[in-house]
Design a protein around this ligand. Structure first.
Ligand code: ADP
Ligand code: MG
Length: 319
């Protein structure tokens, strides 16, 4: 449905998007994840035809955005990071304006009523936009994107600045869309994306660093166990002994503890319990363990690791 191929965007000397390629299948909700400044908005602005790319192509349902901008744009509903609202208009006036602008042919009154119902803004229909709360304003922006019932919906950080209740409402809205639309949703918050997306593409410094199903990302990283250790012994001896244990995938020296030992983090696959092997290895190396406990692994950790360039989840196998 959406094909992004070798996309590059330079602002002067700065490369904001560096050779990004991915596809989105029909009916899929794709999460576009990356820290601030990663290049998410730039990519989305190119996909929606608001910005031109330096090189690379974007095809929406067979229409190339540069060759056939009208065709491509007519298939897209876009909610930019800052919703393009006219603050002095009423919701009704604004949505009618967008309806006319998009030259929609669906029955006007019924279609607008339907969009308002879906985005739950019917009760503020006659109100002036600038007097609405942030949550409502965001939903009016959302309604604007849905007008004309485009098959592709692109949402740039739609939950930023919303309170937890509004975030849950927005999530449910997006989930509902996935049944009839193809959706790209950007965020810098992993849990946000994990909650609604089928697949996650991670971008960092303009480059794609992961493209996996949400399930794969979750098992890749929560399918890992992490053990925190305080050990008395020579650093190299300890590291070598820990790394030689069967089932251990990664060992990291963290810091000197207050009481003069050294802290290590040992990672293994979730199905391997390496604690006894650690005990035996340290006993053999004559490096006493003074503390051992299970440490949490969160998806947030995974995200930080991916974006710190420590690992790439699409590089299957060895780490
Ligand atoms: P994100 O949406 O992931 O936070 P952006 O796409 O907004 O990232 O920005 C990517 C990079 O490009 C950032 O380093 C940003 O400072 C830079 N950038 C964005 N827009 C412009 C612009 N108009 N001129 C110059 N640099 C820009
Ligand atoms: Mg952005």
């Amino acid at each position: 449905m959406i094909e992004v191929k070798n996309l590059v965007k330079k602002y002067g000397d700065k490369v904001a998007v560096n050779n990004v390629s991915f596809t989105v299948n029909e009916g899929e909700i794709l999460g576009f994840l990356g820290p601030n400044g990663a290049g998410k908005s730039t990519t989305m602005n190119i996909i929606t035809g608001y910005l031109s790319s330096t090189s690379g192509t974007v095809t929406i349902d067979g229409c190339e955005i540069l060759d056939d901008p009208k065709g491509a744009k007519s298939k897209i509903g876009y909610l930019p990071e800052i919703p393009p609202l006219y603050q002095d208009m009423t919701v009704k006036r604004y949505l009618e304006f967008v309806y006319d602008l998009k030259r929609v042919t669906l029955p006007r009154k019924e279609h607008l009523a339907e969009v308002c119902k879906v985005t739950k803004i019917t009760d503020v229909y006659e109100r002036v936009i600038k007097n609405l709360s942030k949550g409502y304003r965001q939903r009016v922006g959302f309604a604007q994107a849905l007008i004309g019932n485009p098959p592709v919906i692109i949402l740039d950080e739609p939950t930023v600045g919303l309170d937890p209740k509004q975030i849950i409402e927005m999530r449910n809205l997006i989930r509902g869309l996935g049944k009839k639309h193809t959706v790209i949703l950007s965020s810098h918050v992993l849990s946000e994306i994990q909650a609604v997306c089928d697949r996650i593409v991670v971008i960092n410094n303009g480059q794609l660093v992961a493209d996996e199903s949400t399930e794969e990302i979750t098992t890749n990283f929560t399918g890992m166990k992490r053990i925190q250790l305080h050990i008395d012994g020579n650093d190299n001896t300890v590291l070598t002994a820990l790394r030689s244990i069967d089932g251990v995938t990664r060992v990291r020296k963290v810091m000197r503890t207050i009481d003069g030992f050294t802290e290590y983090i040992v990672e293994s696959k979730a199905e391997n319990d390496v604690r006894k092997a650690i005990f035996r290895a340290m006993a053999k190396a004559d490096c006493p363990i003074v503390m051992m406990r299970n440490a949490e692994v969160s998806l947030e950790d995974a995200f930080l690791r991916i974006t710190a360039g420590e690992t790439s989840v699409n590089r299957k196998g060895g780490r």
